[in-house]
Ligand binder design. Sequence first.
Ligand code: MG
Length: 282
Amino acid sequence: MSKWPIGVFTSIDAGLGVHLGVAAELNVPSVQIHAPHKDTRSPEAAAEFLGKCADAGITVTAVFGGFEGESYADIPTTVRTVGLVPEETRAARIQEMKEISDFTALLGCDTVALHIGFVPEDRSGESYRGLIDGTRDLLDHVAANGQQLNLETGQESAEHLLDFIGDVQRDNLFINFDPANMILYGTGDPIDALKKVGHLVRSIHCKDATWAAEGLRGTEWGAEVPLGEGDVGMETYLRTLDELGYAGPLTIEREIAHDPEKQKSDIGQAVRLLESLRESIG
Ligand code: MG
């Protein structure tokens, strides 16, 4: 692939992405997909999806795991329900993530990705140690499939994410950088964060957001907005990626699945914005 192919975050039957048809209609050459429900993770479903991708000239660059019972309703609910952090569901979700890795292999894709959840602060605590062990177990399965795992950013600071990845001690654990999440969760300036973790960034989201009011950051959500209309600064974001040597897909994410018409038109505008920035920077 040439430098910075445009991408779109898509869904088959789960998650907040657009359908593949939207990517095809916009002539976008790459997609990340949200893993489909268990029943749709069959070899037949993989073959059917790959056929549609081939017809549209689309490459699948990453498959994101997601689980029943996760809710992003507000930040405290997200802490309680998302990823591999909640202890009561951890073992079952690690098992499901291994199955998602196997489905990803059926798609001929070398990258799985995940919101791991809010990594516990205390690096000597039992929950943190358990998370390390579970992540290693998952990564060994992912490695056996010839894959890497990219962690979505935003739920912790850049520093804490680096500590966690260092503590896991596996060479197939990387980062999917989402600048808007740093703003939405109030975990730090996205460009500063990108510079800190850039050496581990293997995939990215192009998403934009505005900060929550001062004093509420980290407690209440900021707002996700169309690309270029938020506080990320798309030109600075792409220039920083360029300086870091990132040449992979620019995958647009617009998480308003409740309004598919606006979702599609916002993504169309985002494609044009990224193409023009790529022209002037890349
Ligand atoms: Mg994202």
